[in-house]
Design a protein around this ligand. Structure first.
Ligand code: HEC
Length: 168
């Protein structure tokens, strides 16, 4: 009875203004690739590609370095969370272009070439299944630091794992 009375009050309340046009005008417009990145990747990497770098590699300002050697370019597509993402080849290529060219910012080499659906399709058939993955990443990162002058901060993510393994 009490609930019914409350409902009656609610129904009788004057209509609240429902004009959202101002907030809609000011809303941030995301590209499809950005939206897919937030949905599929942002939970771990942060919606802006900024994550606690010891726990998850930081993509913002760094991801572009992986376009500088052929091995690193393949590595980022072969990562299990990337190659097995529930995205079509074309959508994954666009997400990876967003990650490397936009989030990557100044880290992206001037001569870098964008990913195509065909390239992604070919590489994702070979997901990385090397264990420990972190040791493989260390080799890739050493290559881009040595050959391309990438910053040593790319090694930050591996440090956390090395510490936790040493502590076991
Ligand atoms: C479950 C958490 C998780 C999800 C989801 C995830 N990643 Fe990652 N990502 C990681 C971790 C952890 C690494 C480091 C390599 C490893 O150990 O897998 C990584 C590495 C990377 C790297 C290489 C950076 C480096 O420094 O090694 C790129 C690029 C990347 N992820 C992009 C993506 C994209 C794009 C998506 C979405 C399609 C995605 N990731 C989804 C956790 C995640």
């Amino acid at each position: 009875m009490k609930a019914l009375a409350a409902l009656a009050v609610l129904l009788a309340a004057p209509a609240v203004a429902s004009d959202n046009s101002a907030s809609e005008r000011n809303a941030v417009v995301l590209s499809p690739a950005q939206t897919r990145f937030i949905l599929r990747c942002g939970g771990c990497h942060g919606t802006l590609g900024a994550s606690p770098p010891l726990s998850v590699p930081q993509l913002r300002g760094l991801a572009g370095w992986f376009l500088c050697t052929p091995e690193a370019r393949e590595y980022v597509i072969r990562l299990p969370n990337v190659s097995r993402a529930q995205l079509s080849d074309a959508d994954l290529a666009e997400v990876m272009n967003f990650v490397t060219f936009e989030l990557g910012g100044a880290s992206t080499p001037a001569a870098a070439v964008r990913f195509t659906a065909a390239e992604v399709a070919a590489i994702r058939t070979r997901p990385l299944n090397v264990l420990p993955l972190n040791a493989y990443r260390r080799q890739i990162v050493a290559g881009v630091i040595r050959r391309c002058g990438a910053p040593a901060s790319l090694r930050d993510y591996g440090k956390a794992n090395a510490l936790s393994i040493a502590a076991r």
